[in-house]
Design a protein. Structure first.
Length: 165
C-alpha cells in the first residue's frame, strides 16, 4: 500500500507522539498538540483530537518538573505560548489564567534584566513572545494581569505593556 506524503507524515507523527519525551513547542509534545489540533479540524478524524488531548494531559503532568527550562523552543514559555495559541484560535475554551498559573510563577523567577541570550529559541525574545501573548489572551476575558506588578514594571521597558491594558 502506498501512502501519500501527507499520510506518511501524519502516521509518523502519530507513532512518534507516543514516545516523545521532549515537552517543548519546537520539537516536542506542545508542537505535536498544535499539529494534531489543526489536523483534527482539517480531517474531522477523532484520533487526532484524542491524540492532542492525550499529549496535553501528559504535558500538564510534566509542567511541575523542575528541570524544564523557560526557553521558547524547549521550555515553559513555548508551552505557555502554545496554550495561548490554542485558546485564542478557538481550539479549546480553557482559561489560560488558571492553566498557566504555574508557568507564570516560573517565568517570573527569571529576571529578564539578567538574561544574556536574546534569541527566540532559548532567550529573552521567546519569553517576551509568551508574556505578550498571555497578557493579551488573559486581558480579553479578565481584568486581572497574569504577571505581578513587580515583574512587569521592574523588568520590562517602560512602555511595553502600557498598550495592553
Amino acid at each position: 500500500m502506498n501512502f501519500s506524503a501527507e499520510q506518511y507524515i501524519t502516521n509518523r507523527l502519530l507513532f512518534q507522539s507516543s514516545m516523545e519525551r521532549d515537552v517543548g513547542l519546537f520539537y516536542g509534545k506542545m508542537g505535536l498538540v498544535i499539529f494534531f489540533a489543526h489536523y483534527f479540524k482539517y480531517s474531522s478524524l477523532k484520533v487526532f483530537d484524542d491524540t492532542a488531548d492525550e499529549l496535553m494531559g501528559e504535558l500538564n503532568k510534566e509542567l511541575f518538573n523542575e528541570a524544564i527550562p523557560v526557553g521558547f523552543a524547549f521550555g515553559l514559555s513555548g508551552i505557555g505560548w502554545g496554550i495561548e495559541y490554542l485558546i485564542q484560535n478557538g481550539f479549546t475554551d480553557d482559561d489560560s489564567l488558571e492553566i498557566c498559573k504555574e508557568i507564570d510563577k516560573k517565568i517570573m523567577e527569571k529576571d529578564p534584566r539578567r538574561i544574556t541570550n536574546y534569541s527566540l529559541e532559548l532567550g529573552l525574545e521567546g519569553i517576551l513572545h509568551y508574556v505578550i501573548a498571555h497578557i493579551k489572551g488573559v486581558m480579553a476575558h479578565h481584568s486581572q494581569m497574569p504577571f505581578d506588578e513587580i515583574y512587569l514594571h521592574y523588568n520590562a521597558p517602560q512602555n511595553l505593556y502600557s498598550g495592553l491594558r
